[in-house]
Design a protein around this ligand. Structure first.
Ligand code: ADP
Length: 487
């Protein structure tokens, strides 16, 4: 190749090039190389090449140069060997160098192409930092399936140290029975790069160092670097989710079973229990009407008690029916304006409010998705209780709503007799009561019904109270019902 040609080509390329003779002297440099190393035009010509290399590498470098000259062939910088350039101002910068032997009219030269990789290294470092900081197990895997990078979450999840993992085939983290298939999946991924979530529709498992398996979900991404394409796998331990799903399945099963039992009960209660009760109540009523006052006082009292007992039993059966029908008599969810429902409750409870000289007020309540009839029932039970369980002072009841995330919290506060917190579970149970009929009449079903309705609406119900200082009942209800109704 002619000298002139070489100069023209070297100047035309936007990469730093240095041409060195057999003695290691710089025969030519292009202006890009002068700029990169901080020299003025012509300043480097005739200098020894080691001038461009940090002191600590110089001795090694001349050995490398000799070995190259002994067997001159095109060489790219070996991967993993860190090379640095030395700027005129004494600073160092990482470089990648490829060496090419060049025959000229003046003999053999070596053409070194030098690329400043500061930015690439910075990006790589940032990438590694991001991988390390991720709260998920992240691994980078090359085309042969070797793990080349793993973060501390991976170490924690699989129980291996990073040193143990790097260089291993990724299949070491996969149970034996899936390994062969995985190699095929891996090859497929490298042939057709696509971001995807693996394991959709089938269960994936990871294998920990101690031999235990964990259910996982794996997100696959690809990363393109100068060194080629890599798969970036994010592995999420889904044991807890699987456990929750299993619990949910179990509780749904139990709920379905208990719903069946309730439906059966409703049938029995409405037919088998009500008929004989009606007979007893009917005859007791006849006895009362026909013979009251004609018999002795003790008999009159017995008859009165039978009639009263029958009425009580009727109320209990009716309340139980209400409870058992929360699911079976439910209607589809629609818009339910709680302001309107609350005002309706105040009207319905008008006489109880008047009798107790109570006051029932509300703040602004939301419109939610739900079963308006059932929500009215909840409000009626809660406000009704607040009026009923009042102390010496007339009842003051106030309802308000607060938004929390996607849910509304509705709170109904009273100034009544209050409830000991330890009674929490008891009062939400069927027939759970804290008082005698004489002190406060009731069946103990109201709150159990409220809880069932609120559960059906995807919410929960609880109270805050201090005995003697009033109670506040709260329930949550999602503004929008995203989940299917469980009726
Ligand atoms: P009932 O009112 O028919 O007894 P509930 O299920 O509505 O049935 O209430 C269960 C028990 O919870 C009541 O017997 C009462 O002891 C207690 N309770 C409910 N609401 C209040 C309230 N606002 N203040 C004090 N106690 C209450």
């Amino acid at each position: 190749m002619s000298d002139e040609w070489i100069s023209t080509v070297m100047e035309a390329v936007p990469t730093a090039m240095v041409m060195v003779d057999r003695e290691g002297r710089i025969a030519r440099v292009n202006s890009e190389a002068e700029r990169l190393f901080g020299y003025s035009p012509g300043e480097l010509r005739g200098q020894i090449l080691e001038k461009l290399i940090p002191f600590r590498f110089r001795r090694d470098h001349s050995v490398h140069r000799n070995s190259f000259l002994a067997k001159p062939e095109k060489r790219r910088k070996e991967v993993g060997r860190d090379l640095f350039g030395l700027h005129r101002d004494g600073t160092e910068f990482p470089v990648e160098v490829s060496l090419n032997p060049i025959e000229t009219e003046e003999g053999m030269f070596t053409l070194a192409v030098v690329v400043d990789i500061t930015e690439r290294i910075r990006q790589e470092r940032m990438f590694r930092m991001a991988v390390e900081a991720a709260p998920t197990a992240l691994m980078m895997v090359d085309e042969r399936g070797e793990i080349i990078l793993a973060n501390s979450e991976t170490e924690r999840l699989f129980g291996y140290s990073r040193e143990e993992l790097v260089g291993e085939l990724v299949e070491v983290l996969i149970p034996l029975r899936f390994r062969e298939k995985h190699v095929g999946h891996r090859d497929g991924f490298f042939k057709n790069f696509q971001t995807r979530l693996t394991g959709e529709g089938r269960d994936l498992f990871g294998l920990r160092k101690d031999g235990t398996e964990i259910p996982v979900e794996v997100g696959l991404n690809y990363v393109e670097t100068q060194g080629g394409m890599f798969a970036l796998a994010a592995v999420v331990d889904i044991s807890r989710r699987k456990q929750l799903e299993e619990n949910l399945r179990q509780s749904n099963k139990l709920l379905a079973e208990s719903n069946d039992e309730l439906r059966q009960f409703a049938y029995v209660a409405s037919h088998d229990l009500q008929t004989p009760l009606r007979t007893v109540a009917g005859f007791a009523q006849c006895l009362k009407e026909d013979h009251e006052g004609k018999l002795d006082e003790e008999t009159d009292d017995y008859i009165r008690r039978i009639v009263k007992g029958c009425e009580r039993m009727k109320t209990l059966i009716n309340d139980l029916l209400t409870y058992s029908r929360v699911e079976s008599r439910s209607r589809p969810f629609t818009e339910a304006n709680l302001n309107e429902l609350f005002d309706e409750v105040v009207e319905l409870l008008g006489s109880a409010i008047e009798e107790s000289q109570g006051a029932v007020t509300r703040g602004e309540l939301p419109t939610v998705e739900g079963d308006p009839t059932q929500l009215l029932q909840v409000l009626q039970n809660l406000v009704g209780n607040s009026l009923k369980y009042h102390g010496d002072t007339p009842p003051r009841v106030h309802a308000k709503a607060v938004k929390k995330g996607a849910d509304w919290i509705i709170s109904i506060k009273d100034n009544g007799i209050g409830i000991a917190p330890r009674q929490h579970e008891r009062i939400f149970e069927v027939f759970g009561r804290l008082h005698t009929q004489e002190a406060y009449p009731g069946t103990g079903i109201g709150l159990a019904v409220c809880r069932r309705i609120i559960l059906r609406h995807g919410g929960r119900i609880w109270f805050d109270s201090e005995e003697g200082h009033g109670s506040t009942f709260h329930f949550t209800i999602p503004e929008h019902q995203i989940l299917c109704q469980n009726s």
